[in-house]
Design a protein around this ligand. Structure first.
Ligand code: URA
Length: 236
């Protein structure tokens, strides 16, 4: 791919703007040689203002989503893209969220521009466990483990019952919930079905990957070992 297209697709600017960057000599190789718009040089060797480029297509990143941010590109309020460098929102292909967390849910959110990877993670066949912690408005009543684990719980306007979910009480109004699917507002609707409501919700792990100590609002690129963790065990 010609460099001008490669760099524009990474969101650094329109083709016209990137062409101007070439004219200004801002784009060089790793030895400092000025490059031209129609050169074809390996991504890893290209520098813009002396800095390496963002990762090529195929990235996977983890964001510690704070509450108050929407998993959308269009919402008029705060969106998760506001937490990434502005050019990430302009990349082609788009960097999308892997599933969604509600605006009022915090925790581990993956984002990728790799459609096949996104599908592998979110596919119901993958059965990747997602662990959440919920603070509830009322005391647990005692039968939640049975109801959520039954595999027969039907939520309003759904056509199939929920897959069995695991709940571990952590206190009278606090519980850890493990899901292997991701339906709309699932945990909030599950607790509504047993006469409770969720006051706050946080996702700790996805597959075997945990947030570790990543602070709220921060993100990091995932490497091969992290990717293996998503599909393996051992989240923290
Ligand atoms: N369940 C919910 O209700 N909301 C989320 O964001 C995730 C799971």
């Amino acid at each position: 791919m010609k460099l001008v297209k490669l760099i524009a697709n990474l969101g650094y600017g329109s083709r016209k703007q990137v062409t101007q960057m070439f004219r200004e000599g801002r784009i060089t190789d790793d030895a400092g040689e000025v490059l031209y718009a129609d050169d074809a040089v390996a991504h890893a060797r290209v520098r813009l203002d002396g800095e390496p480029l963002d990762p090529p297509q195929g990235l996977l990143l983890m964001l510690h989503k704070p509450t108050g941010y929407t998993c959308s590109t269009k919402d008029p309020g705060r969106v998760v893209y506001d937490l990434l460098p502005p050019r990430y929102r302009l990349r082609d292909p788009l960097v999308s969220t892997v599933g969604r967390l509600d605006r009022d849910t915090s925790g581990l959110l993956l984002m990728t521009d790799d459609g096949a990877l996104l599908h592998r993670i979110t596919s119901p066949k993958a059965q990747l466990p997602k662990v959440y912690e919920a603070v509830l408005g009322s005391d647990l009543r005692g039968d939640e483990a049975e109801v959520f684990g039954s595999g027969t719980l039907m939520l309003e306007s759904e056509k199939t019952p929920l897959a069995p979910a695991v709940i571990e009480p952590l206190g009278p109004r606090r519980a850890r919930i493990t899901l292997v699917e991701g339906r709309y507002h699932q945990i909030r609707r599950m607790f509504a079905a047993v006469g409770n409501h969720v006051e706050s919700l946080h996702r700790h792990t996805l597959g075997g990957l945990g947030l570790d100590r990543l602070p709220a609002g921060e993100w990091r690129m995932l490497d091969e070992a992290d990717r293996a963790r998503v599909f393996g065990g051992g989240g923290s």
